[in-house]
Design a protein around this ligand. Sequence first.
Ligand code: ATP
Length: 237
Amino acid sequence: MKPILTIRKLHVAYGHVHALKGINLELHAGQITALVGANGAGKSTSLLAISGLIKAGSGSIEFDDQDLLTLAPHHIVQKGLVQVAEGRAILGTLTVQENLDLGSYTRKDKAHVAADLDWVFSLFPVLKNRANGLAGNLSGGEQQMLAIGRALMARPKILLLDEPSMGLAPLMVREIFRIIKEINQTGLTILLVEQNVKQALKIAERAYVLENGEMVLEDTGANLLNNPKVIAAYLGT
Ligand code: ATP
């Protein structure tokens, strides 16, 4: 089947730092695709390029018969590609409810918005309980839940997650990965960028390993979990 999104020969540089050196990647509808690699490999840069938040030097990112490199970031969001940024970026001085409302701000289908809010609250009951509290008073894990919930309120076609488990306690890490899988089971396509290689490969149908701006491995998540190179470099013994 044709991929929902195709990255071809993408190059990105920050001045003299050649962060992405001609990477290729495909996302398939309804699947979780993981992009893993060490610090500085170029994972965040890949997501920022898809979202249009940094300018690629060359290559293409095809989605919906268009090259995203020609579009402004807000048009890319309107097309349904919604990124949950590393570090979460929720608005701490607004309530939980207000943060969620921001996600659906531009939607006109109010009945569906209400249904999506019910869904987000069922995924994250803590957000319902704390709806009128300030987002800044949530724990790190709860803030991550809010950031994901806010992205879901935009009804994305593709959810781009940048290190959702970063800085969270082990129990919360497991909970976040469980919920990502649950969200995917509704049919939502997800690109999951992670340094937690083991957990990411466990829930991903396909995965890519990025090293120093180059794609060095691509396979099913299950195969990569058993790949000796992946085990040696990222999973330990
Ligand atoms: P991390 O997990 O640390 O975010 P990453 O795999 O997401 O790592 P990137 O953040 O994409 O990696 O960085 C890729 C390369 O680009 C690194 O060498 C990094 O130092 C460099 N880089 C990233 N952002 C900038 C910037 N704004 N200016 C200059 N160099 C940058």
